[in-house]
Design a protein around this ligand. Structure first.
Ligand code: SAM
Length: 202
């Protein structure tokens, strides 16, 4: 992602850290905990995470790990984000899970890793990019990285009008693109008015 787009994202969250002190969901841009957890729930239902290595692109505070750990025992969790304040807090919070959890600061559009079973991206693909192919390139990259499953959510352009920082996507268009890569593509709706989740299974 172009550095200027990443800077806009960084400053957005930086400002929210000050405005919403201690309120993780608001800092990460969610309207509420419920809205964040509704997305996590769709991810949780997408796969059996037991014994798997999960790569969480745009992990924020790494709370997807906590949510999944209520039902699954992950073998490994790698969270990637550019916001160092999020990563620092996540490392401290999950210091007792160091054998399982690692947090890496990187641009998710450049990051790659071997031996990943499942790639997830929750809320991290909705930011405006000056690259018109950003979302299709990200889907292709995630699909290449994952050995088994890719699961991500996007804002739905039919209910979410584009803003200066965030944008939605056409569900059918995303589905059709995913089908060019993968025969098993599921689109999940109905858990939030402005959002949909895509699951690609290899
Ligand atoms: C809406 S927050 C969601 C965080 C977490 N996944 C959750 O569901 O609570 C999106 C996150 O994606 C990160 N992000 C977006 N684009 C990124 C990029 N190109 N490189 C690294 N991090 C990025 C942001 O820093 C932010 O922490």
């Amino acid at each position: 992602m172009h550095w200027f787009d990443r800077l806009s994202i960084y400053l957005y969250h930086y400002n929210r850290i000050n405005t919403w002190s201690g309120n993780f969901s608001k800092i990460q841009g969610w309207s509420s905990d419920e809205s964040q957890f509704a997305r996590f729930e769709m991810i949780k239902q997408a796969a059996n995470f037991n014994g798997k290595h999960l790569l969480d692109l745009g992990c924020g505070y790494g709370e997807l790990y906590d949510y999944l750990s209520l039902d699954f025992q992950l073998a490994k969790y790698t969270g990637v984000d550019q916001q160092h304040q999020f990563l620092k807090s996540a490392r401290r919070r999950l210091r007792n899970e160091r054998d399982i959890c690692q947090f890496i600061r990187s641009d998710i559009s450049k990051f790659t890793l071997n031996d990943v079973d499942i790639v997830a991206a929750s809320g991290s693909l909705n930011y405006q990019s000056r690259d018109p192919n950003y979302i299709t390139n990200m889907i292709t990259r995630m699909y290449k990285i994952a050995n088994e499953t890719v699961v991500f959510n996007l804002l739905d352009s039919s209910t979410f009008p584009a803003q200066s920082l965030l944008m939605g996507y056409n569900k059918q268009g995303i589905y059709r693109y995913c089908k060019t890569l993968c025969s098993s593509v599921e689109v999940i709706e109905g858990y939030a008015n402005e959002d949909f989740t895509v699951v690609m299974r290899k």
